[in-house]
Design a protein around this ligand. Structure first.
Ligand code: CO
Ligand code: CO
Ligand code: CO
Length: 346
């Protein structure tokens, strides 16, 4: 099939999110439903909502969808599904069922592209043990695809943005740079290897990370998506009433992310994230500008950022490496709340 989905969009994937600042303003206007069975609501800006069914079982419920991040419809479906399911893993849940959410320009694209997107979604869902049991389509341009996912979780074992504690070590399970590399691809600045690496990471499920978090009783985590590493770390620090220091020199990067940033390949979403985080962050005076902007780079289907107690951090890292997540690294730590929520250091 000779279709290039990327030609239809200006910003795809999680870069197409509404700016965090604006979204928070909008959400503030909504009344919060009052129900003791709602265990996680939008107040902590978590990855998913959680609703208690009984003392043994709660449902993790989430949705994500976005415009294309790559040219090939099948791969787009895979990435969108991995990204949507990730929000259940980020809470420590087990994803179970899902619905397709599809916006598709029937007059502008052959129906085969539609089939391929859905097929990519089903294949990744299958790998995650998720059954897709329905969905909904609207005729719309550009195409958008994602899932609404329901997962199971024990009501006492929910991992949230609010669960980071002073002393915890921050571990990131996937390297950063999807926004920069996808922007570089548009400008023709990337190699084949950059693009294939970035796609492989976006398709990679966060299931092993979730298993390991459960095994080591991690209580605080999130996945890194459209608000960038710094944006999501800020949300975690705020929800947990702690401060977070990120050591950006330790950040694992995908392919030529640093070189591309150095050439000025910094997508607009990174500047929107910077604007959101800026007032709450202290940036070390001589911090490398490229590293700083990489911390703001919007990720699509990024890794888990987990707050792990210091005694367990080394074991968690070696388990992640054993599971093939060999770029997992300690990239920062949590302290008591200081003047700022976020500290960006070398
Ligand atoms: Co998320
Ligand atoms: Co999400
Ligand atoms: Co979470």
């Amino acid at each position: 099939m000779n279709i290039d989905l990327l030609q239809m969009v200006e910003s795809g994937g999680c870069s197409a999110k509404i700016p965090a600042k604006q979204l928070e303003e909008i959400l503030r206007c909504l009344p919060l439903p009052d129900d003791p069975d709602i265990l996680v609501n939008i107040e902590t800006h978590d990855d998913a909502g959680v609703y208690r069914v009984n003392d043994e079982l709660a449902l993790v419920f989430t949705t994500d969808f976005f415009p294309p991040v790559c040219s090939d419809p099948y791969e787009f479906g895979q990435i969108a599904a991995a990204n949507a399911i990730s929000d259940v893993y980020a809470m420590g849940g087990k994803p179970v069922i899902a619905l397709n959410i599809m916006m598709f320009p029937a007059a502008k694209l052959p129906v085969d592209a539609y089939k391929e997107i859905l097929k990519g979604g089903v294949d990744i869902a299958f790998r995650a043990g998720v059954k897709i049991i329905g969905g909904h389509t609207i005729d719309d341009f550009p195409p958008k695809y994602g899932l609404a996912v329901v997962g199971y979780i024990h009501p006492q074992k929910i991992i949230t943005n609010a669960g980071a504690r002073s002393g915890d070590i921050l571990i990131l399970t996937k390297p950063v740079g999807t926004g920069v590399i996808l922007a570089g691809q548009r400008l023709g600045l990337t190699s084949e290897s950059d693009v294939s690496q970035v796609k492989a990471f976006m398709k990679l499920l966060n299931n092993s990370g979730a298993d390991i978090m459960n095994k080591y009783d991690v209580t605080g985590a999130t996945d890194i998506t459209g608000f960038g590493l710094a944006g999501h770390a800020l949300k975690m620090a705020r929800a947990s009433s702690v401060s977070i220091t990120l050591n950006l020199g330790r950040l694992p990067l995908i392919g030529s992310t640093y070189a591309l940033t150095d050439q000025g390949c910094i997508p607009g979403a990174a500047f929107r994230n910077l604007e959101y985080v800026e007032n709450e962050a202290h940036v070390e005076d001589d911090l490398d500008y490229n590293l700083k902007m990489i911390a703001y780079d919007a990720q699509t289907s990024g890794g888990l950022l987990m707050a792990v107690s210091p005694e367990k951090a080394d074991e968690v890292i070696s388990e992640l490496h054993n599971k093939g997540l060999d770029t997992s690294a300690k990239i920062g730590f949590v302290t008591e709340k200081q003047e700022k929520f976020l500290y960006l250091y070398k």
